[in-house]
Design a protein around this ligand. Structure first.
Ligand SMILES: Nc1ncnc2c1ncn2[C@@H]1O[C@H](COP(=O)(O)OP(=O)(O)OP(=O)(O)O)[C@@H](O)[C@H]1O
Ligand SMILES: O=P(O)(O)OC[C@H]1O[C@H](OP(=O)(O)OP(=O)(O)O)[C@H](O)[C@@H]1O
Ligand SMILES: O=C(O)c1cccnc1
Ligand SMILES: [Mg+2]
Length: 578
């Protein structure tokens, strides 16, 4: 069943989609179905070195060492100053189901060197995540560089083994959700945003993941029907240029008759549309001296009549196949008027080439003129959808030109994240058997922060303006609202500030322990989506602006500062000059 941009389709109420959402939401908490959406997400979807390290850890007697790993990124994407954290639920599904199959073990045996000890294979075959704990910030949180988004604790070889898969499950979802949130910010809250990217995505998983996570990031729907089925995301669509090109003239149409919605009286819908086109043609001259309507294409009119007859409640026409101003708009309005005679309201148009701001303004003016002359007041507000290589910057440019677009269809740039195709999340060891671990780097930004840490978001005002995020050691008492607290820059000694928070939000939540997923702590996808927009409202505008946004402050407690710097000094070799 096709879905048009206005939602309800003939014979199928919008409720269809709503019911579907409920179905997905209930199975969400069902443990038997709590497995990765993509069956490729399995223990072997990893880098070889995770398996070779597991052997070496095992041989080194470290299989029961207790390790802590942090998953974090170092720089916000898209020249921005915020990131949406996404992918957590799939991470938990993966961890929950983690187990090498017999078949996997056969393959691992075949790639490990001859002489690998037999007991290791038994150890790997028995490996589970039962002793792993997962703390994370909630999916849909706004997050910043160096914050531990996920903290994994447990036996060293097992926690290590999760690295690659966790990164692949977080990096693209967070990147594409952020991309979507940025486009939402550019378009504003009242515009409809649809994802049209499947055909250009990096393969099937790239496409499906993009559909899911751009919805979380603030899009309203997708053209990807599998995403609709699996996740309950509203599916929407118009039609392609090929549909218009498939019709050559009006005379060869097999079906021209259509019934009035209420009376059932049948009319020649094609002839009616032709009649109105002739009557409307001169109106165009009122708007543009050069255009008299004589350039309207008959194949296009034929296509529009046939689409309107198939979807009389959802007629939305792609008007740029031949010429938006000389043909498409006129043909659309003629069919819209013929539909109105039969008691149906046309939905609108899609423009997919040319100057989208100019054409949308011309279209709106023409709609208003026709609406006035033909007594169709709703036509003045017919929906104008724009597509064609749209990206964040284009939408800002269109805003400056006072466009008249209601809905944007965004594909390539959104799903491929063309401006920045990867988010650099990393997964680093920060503690083993109670000893803090640090990775040194010439580049201060690449230092890891050792030890078990947690994050607090300190807000001011009435608690609705995020001031600063504070990373502390888990062992420290949490900051308290109304109590002044010293926050330090993690690496620059002179940068410090006292903060008096009105609210303190602990960002880390325990999601998995002893083989148990805390399902009641996992929000539905709709809730995650709503949280993203709510969280963004609490972020100051200067952190979100397009050009040179102000970095949001991520600080460390004095205790963590000393801990990091002592360890740093203790581990940095002292050079000798001679
Ligand atoms: N008013 C506008 N301001 C800024 N950018 C725009 C405006 N209108 C369209 N664009 C963008 O400009 C680009 C135009 O693409 P392109 O040069 O391929 O032309 P086209 O209209 O697609 O032509 P064609 O008819 O060959 O498909 C697209 O990326 C589109 O999103
Ligand atoms: O431009 P995007 O943001 O990727 O949005 C999706 C594009 O996909 C369709 O084009 P189609 O595949 O028919 O080819 P086209 O690019 O030649 O229009 C549609 O008409 C959009 O232009
Ligand atoms: O439904 C549409 O208009 C659509 C779907 C995919 C790609 N481009 C457009
Ligand atoms: Mg196109």
């Amino acid at each position: 069943m096709n879905r048009l941009l206005d939602g309800p389709v003939d014979g199928m109420e919008k409720d269809g989609a709503v019911n579907h959402t409920v179905e997905v939401a209930t199975s969400f908490h069902d443990k038997n179905t709590f497995r990765p959406t993509n069956s490729l997400v399995q223990p072997l979807l990893t880098d070889l070195y995770q398996i070779t390290m597991a052997y070496a850890y095992w041989k080194a007697g470290k299989k029961d060492s207790f390790a802590v790993f942090d998953l974090f990124f170092r720089k916000n994407p898209f020249d921005g100053e915020y990131t949406i954290f996404a992918g957590l639920e799939e991470v938990l599904r993966y961890i929950y189901c983690f187990r090498f199959s017999e078949d996997d073990m056969g393959y691992i045996r075949s790639i490990m060197p001859a002489g690998t000890e037999e007991e290791f294979f038994q150890y790997l075959a028995d490996m589970t995540t039962r002793d792993i704990s997962v703390y994370a910030v909630p999916e849909g949180s706004i997050v910043f560089p160096r914050e531990p988004l996920i903290r994994v604790e447990g036996p060293l070889p097992v926690a290590q083994m999760l690295e690659t898969t966790l990164l692949t499950l977080v990096n693209f979802p967070s990147l594409v959700a952020t991309n979507a949130a940025r486009i939402r910010h550019a378009a504003g809250p009242s515009k409809e945003l649809f994802e049209f990217g499947l055909r250009r995505a990096q393969g099937p998983d790239g496409g499906l993941s993009a559909s899911k996570y751009v919805y979380i990031g603030g899009f309203d729907g997708t053209s990807n029907t599998l995403a609709g089925k699996l996740f309950g995301i509203p599916v929407r669509g118009t039609h392609a240029h090929s549909f218009v090109a498939a019709f050559t003239d009006l005379t060869s149409l097999k079906n021209k008759m259509m019934k009035h919605r209420k009376t059932g009286v049948e009319v020649d819908f094609v002839a009616l549309s032709q009649k109105y086109r002739a009557e409307m043609a001169p109106l165009f001259q009122v708007i543009d001296n050069e255009i008299d309507g004589s350039g309207a294409n008959n194949g296009e009119l034929a296509a529009f009549t046939q689409y309107a007859m198939a979807f009389p409640n959802g007629f939305l026409a792609l008007v740029d196949t031949f010429d938006t101003l000389r043909s498409g708009l006129l043909n659309f309005c003629a069919v819209a008027k013929a539909l109105a005679d039969l008691d149906y309201k046309a939905v609108g148009i899609r423009i997919d080439s040319g100057d989208l701001a100019y054409l949308s303004k011309q279209a709106r003016q023409f709609f208003k003129t026709v609406a006035n002359r033909f007594g169709l007041p709703w036509l003045a507000n017919a929906k104008i959808v724009a597509s064609n290589d749209l990206k964040e910057e284009t939408i800002y440019a269109l805003n400056e030109q006072n466009h008249q677009i209601d809905s944007f269809g965004v594909g390539t740039h959104l799903v491929t994240c063309q401006k920045q195709p990867a988010l650099g999340c990393v997964y680093k060891l920060v503690e083993v058997d109670g000893h803090p671990r640090i990775k040194l780097s010439q580049d201060v930004a690449k230092l890891t922060m050792p030890g078990r840490k947690t994050i607090y978001r300190l807000s001011g005002g009435s608690g609705n303006e995020a001031l600063i995020d504070l990373i502390q050691r888990v062992s420290e008492p949490p900051p308290e609202p109304g109590k002044r607290i010293l926050c330090r820059h993690p690496f620059e000694e002179s940068k410090r500030a006292y903060v008096l928070p009105t609210t303190v939000e602990a960002l880390h939540v325990l999601y998995y322990q002893n083989g148990h997923v805390f399902h009641d702590r996992l929000p539905s996808m709709e809730d995650v989506r709503a949280n993203v927009q709510r969280n963004l409202v609490n972020l100051r505008n200067d952190h979100m602006r397009r050009l040179n946004p102000t970095p949001y402050k991520v600080a460390v407690s004095p205790d963590l500062y000393d801990y990091v710097h002592d360890l740093w000094l203790a581990n940095a070799p002292i050079g000798e000059l001679s």
